[in-house]
Design a protein around this ligand. Structure first.
Ligand code: HC1
Length: 573
């Protein structure tokens, strides 16, 4: 440990700390902009500068290590003027249409401009203007809002190892973009949207489909159905000022009904359906010498990553479509038939924590009989936008229930929303099938947690299943490289494309860096998911009475003819 003095306050901190971390221990706030804890700690923007006694120049606190006896001042006229000048220079090259910006009210640059009391601009000069890239199905890039903080680049390259974007050109002409000025649509971008939730401004954002959904809702010829992903209920409340980790399942359903959806179904039901198919697929591959390890396929960002970087593993991917696609297929067949509705009139909307789902619904194989499984994907943020636009007082809504029959779900379905959840849900079902009984011990806590890679062996009957759970494509890369090198092997692997799983998807509410410095957003949202699992009376997918009925009335059996036609897919190297 070392002792440092910050603004007259003495603190003892570990010697590998930075000045920024030490200041936090001392209860002293230092403003930051390019800083993103453990992801982008590069001292690029210099908003966090401080005076260090004995140093010749101001130091960027996020990259300056502490040393014993160090004396730091964070609030001197020199420091304040330097930070303010930096901020004004950034603003001088920024599109300042804040009122019409998608991040109005949740922009870290706007917050700083307010806190620094920027009331005019001293440096009006040449502005660097660029073309907006809106070709991707998921993500829009507006270089006029970019402040070159590189948070998105670190996320894309170092964490996700996708390398779709980087800093191109030099000096004043620097621009964050795919190489050679390409569109994101033509780059290896996997649409995960981790860049979006890393961006402090409105330079990266989702392709908004709220207008399309408003139009469908207003069309009397359309029967508009919503489904909500497991992770949305654990985060939507944040958009309405509720604490991170508040469960708002009932309010979310009530809001969707107020918006005018004809039915509100639960993607958790489809997650249960996925377990029926995928669990049996695993048993089938184990029994018949099929390709192993079986790797989960419900995260479209991960699937695209696999197609780009590891095509040799495509036969390992489960052939199951992702749950929300399965739901779309079932709504436009089974449900339509049951209700006597022309499937062509059904407009299926998925409310997802994910930007990659926007891309996934357009994949050619994601449809049947000339109809798309899903017609529009809205992120959690877009749903919040619609609720606000409709003037619905979200926090005062009374809880309502999902509709029948595709609104019934289990605890196994809801835990899909967090890393390890698909694996645990599958194990709950596979264990019962293999043992031939309703096991009372069904919580697999050893597959839970936020570490990037978790490995364990689970004994079920005669099976000793070697499993791994991975979150974030950077961690998937590490694991697949180990398998390729012959250093590891498994029977079953769960991969979720986003760090932490869907709770931290690219479509979730954007939490400012200064909050992420204090709390682990993923852990708080994960807690909400596990609470929901505990609160449900049925917690195994195969025990879902509506799933049982769906097989009896329509699908007949897992991996059967109808399932193959509607619920399974293929991949493109
Ligand atoms: Fe997910 Fe899934 S869990 S992929 O993380 O398998 O997005 O929440 O909806 O489809 O069920 C996301 C979440 C989601 C699918 C399910």
């Amino acid at each position: 440990k070392v002792t440092v003095t910050i603004d007259g306050i003495k603190v003892e901190v570990p010697k590998n700390y930075t000045v920024l971390q030490a200041a936090k221990e001392a209860g002293v706030d230092i403003p930051t902009l390019c800083y993103l804890r453990e992801i982008n700690e590069i001292g690029a923007c210099r908003i966090c500068v401080v005076e260090v006694q004995g140093a010749r120049a101001l130091q960027a606190s996020c990259v300056t290590p502490v040393s014993d006896g160090m004396v730091i001042k964070t609030n001197t006229p020199t420091v304040r003027e330097a930070r303010k000048a930096t901020l004004e220079l950034i603003l001088s090259d920024h599109d300042k249409n804040c009122l019409t910006c998608i991040r109005n009210g949740n922009c870290e640059l706007q917050t700083l401009a307010d806190e620094f009391h920027i009331s005019g601009l001293r440096f009006e000069g040449v502005r660097h203007e660029g073309k907006i890239d809106d070709q991707s199905a998921s993500i829009i890039r507006d270089p006029n809002k970019c402040i070159l903080c590189r948070r998105c680049v670190s996320m894309c390259s170092n964490v996700q190892t996708v390398n779709a974007i980087g800093v191109n050109e030099r000096g004043f002409r620097s621009v964050v973009s795919p190489i050679y000025g390409m569109s994101l649509a033509d780059s290896p971008c996997i649409n995960c949207g981790q860049c979006v939730i890393s961006c402090p401004t409105g330079a990266l954002y989702e392709k908004d489909r709220t207008q399309r959904v408003w139009e469908a809702l207003a069309d009397p010829d359309k029967f508009v159905v919503a489904q909500t992903a497991p992770a949305v209920r654990a985060a939507l409340g944040e958009e309405f000022g509720l604490p991170i980790g508040t469960r708002v399942t009932g309010k979310m359903v009530a809001a969707l009904k107020r918006l005018g959806f004809d039915r509100v179904f639960d993607t958790d039901f489809a997650a249960d359906l996925t377990i029926m198919e995928e669990g049996n697929e695993l048993l089938h591959r184990l029994k018949n010498g099929g390709k192993l390890p079986l790797i989960t396929s419900c995260s479209p960002g991960w699937v695209k990553f696999c197609e780009h970087y590891y095509p040799e593993f495509l036969d390992n991917l489960s052939t199951c479509k992702s749950p929300h696609q399965m739901m779309g297929a079932i709504v436009k067949t089974y449900f339509a038939e049951k209700m006597g509705i022309d499937p062509k009139k059904i407009y299926m909307v998925s409310i997802m924590p994910c930007t990659a789902k926007k891309y996934e619904i357009d994949r050619p194989e994601m449809g049947h009989d000339g109809l798309r499984d899903v017609d529009a994907v809205l992120t959690t943020r877009e749903l919040a936008r619609m609720i606000k636009e409709a003037n619905i007082n979200f926090n005062k809504l009374k809880d309502e229930d999902f509709d029948d029959p595709l609104g019934e779900s289990t605890g196994a379905g809801v835990i899909f929303g967090v890393t390890g959840g698909v694996m645990e849900a599958a194990l709950r079902t596979v264990a019962d099938i293999v043992e031939g009984k309703d096991l009372h011990e069904f919580e697999y806590t050893n597959v839970r947690g936020l570490e990037g890679v978790r490995e364990t062996t689970v004994s079920i009957g005669d099976l000793n299943l070697k499993i791994a759970v991975v979150n974030g494509t950077g961690n998937a890369r590490k694991l697949l490289d180990k398998i390729k090198a012959g250093e590891a092997n498994y029977h079953f692997i769960e991969v979720m494309g986003c760090p932490g799983g869907c709770i931290n998807g690219g479509g979730q509410p954007i939490v400012p860096s200064r909050v992420k410095m204090e709390v682990d957003v993923r852990a708080l949202r994960a807690k909400a998911i596990y609470e929901e699992d505990k609160a449900l009376s049925i917690r195994k997918s195969h025990k879902n009475p509506q799933i049982i009925k769906l097989y009896e009335e329509f699908l007949k059996e897992p991996l059967g003819h109808k399932s193959h036609e509607l619920l399974h897919t293929k991949y493109t190297p």
